[in-house]
Design a protein around this ligand. Structure first.
Ligand code: GTP
Ligand code: MG
Length: 345
């Protein structure tokens, strides 16, 4: 079951890109939800988090992802806003990521926040793939619902295919202008050296199997080097939002990126004034495939391991801040942990 602690840390996949290029829609397609439709003007205004289990990924990816090939429990997707005014949230999302997807509207091509996203990933040294999204809007497109890209390519007229190719090569050229050697993903051997471009559609799910397969491959390789990460150590996370929750008062939506957190433990959280020292009253976990931003039926759990999105209920959280660090004290002197939190603010 999904409550069994696994030795491997769930990789964090940040989704970045220009406004309206389809970040939330791609996640909606993967997790089977309609978060984008519920957003005012389809504009994302907060960072989101969704745990997608390996089972969902292999169901979506069909023959391209065999669950037997992977030890990973799944992927934790971080949604970010593309609107230019939210650059702090993009940086925060990028900083959390192990790997990333940069979503580019295949007709619109590179736009200011596409470049901004790539700069963030360059700065943090985060490996990424590019989803060349909305391929279904190519004039004359013949959609193949849920098909891998090779299969849908074969179903297109040569005219539609060459229009798509032209747009894809434009994106590859823009990546190169920004300092990344890139190619269509099936021509890439080393995804840490070269950026793979994956044509996709959130509307028809075409190319989604390919996107998931590339992400799983990249995570597996990346996590191999990170296997030593001890998910049983004291938890470390970042506050996404400070929210009122009926019956719990002020709560924190947190991405736990390292270690574990247990009910009853002492935590230190960055606040408007001094760091807040408090005790975890309840840990509320979104269901698998649920976006923490919109989840209404949290599951109360005793412990959460990284990487996860989790709502933390505790006293005295009124002065907590989005973006602030959260640390579990556990066997350490509390002053040491307070100092650590202060350094990170
Ligand atoms: P921000 O979070 O505000 O940056 O936008 P976003 O990148 O999350 O875009 P979102 O997923 O909200 O999609 C914007 C619009 O594009 C919506 O109307 C979607 O329905 C549409 N859209 C997204 N992906 C596709 C696609 O693959 N094909 C088509 N035809 N439309 C798409
Ligand atoms: Mg969005």
């Amino acid at each position: 079951s999904d409550t069994t602690p696994t030795a491997l840390r769930t990789p964090i996949v940040a989704v970045l890109g220009h406004v309206d290029h389809g970040k939330t829609s791609l996640l909606d397609t993967i997790r089977g939800s309609a978060v984008s439709e519920g957003e005012a003007g389809a504009i994302t205004q907060h960072i989101g988090a969704t745990a997608v289990p390996l089972e969902t990924i292999s169901d979506m990816a069909g023959s391209l992802v065999d669950p037997e090939d992977f030890d990973l429990p799944g992927l934790l997707f971080i949604d970010t806003p593309g609107h230019h005014s939210f650059s702090t949230l993009r940086s925060r999302g990028g900083a959390l990521a192990d790997i990333a997807i940069v979503v580019v509207d295949v007709n619109d091509g590179f736009q200011p926040q596409t470049v901004e996203a790539i700069e963030i990933l360059k700065r943090t040294g985060t490996p990424f793939v590019v989803a060349a999204n909305k391929i279904d809007t190519t004039p004359g497109w013949n959609p193949q619902e849920g098909a891998p890209i090779q299969q849908t390519y074969e179903a297109q007229s040569s005219r539609a295919r060459s229009m798509l190719d032209e747009n894809l090569y434009e994106i590859i050229g823009d990546l190169s202008d920004n300092g990344f050697s890139a190619d269509l993903y099936w021509r890439v051997q080393n995804f840490q050296k070269n950026v793979g471009v994956v044509p996709s559609s959130a509307m028809t799910s075409e190319g989604i199997p390919d996107l998931l397969a590339v992400l799983m491959g990249l995570s597996q390789r990346y996590m191999k080097e990170e296997m030593q990460i001890d998910v049983t150590g004291p938890g470390a996370g970042t506050v996404l939002e400070v929210k009122e929750e009926r019956g719990f008062g002020t709560t924190l939506d947190v991405v736990l990126y390292d270690g574990s957190i247990k009910e009853g433990e002492t935590i230190v959280v960055g606040g408007k004034n001094d760091p807040i020292v408090t005790e975890v009253r309840a840990l509320l976990r979104p269901r698998p495939n649920a976006e923490i931003r919109t989840e209404k039926r949290f599951e109360r759990v005793d412990e959460v391991t990284a990487a996860s999105g989790v709502k933390i209920a505790a006293p005295d959280l009124e002065d907590a801040m989005a973006g602030a660090p959260v640390r579990v004290v556990r066997d350490r002197p509390v002053d040491e942990v307070i100092a650590e939190v202060k350094r990170e603010l």
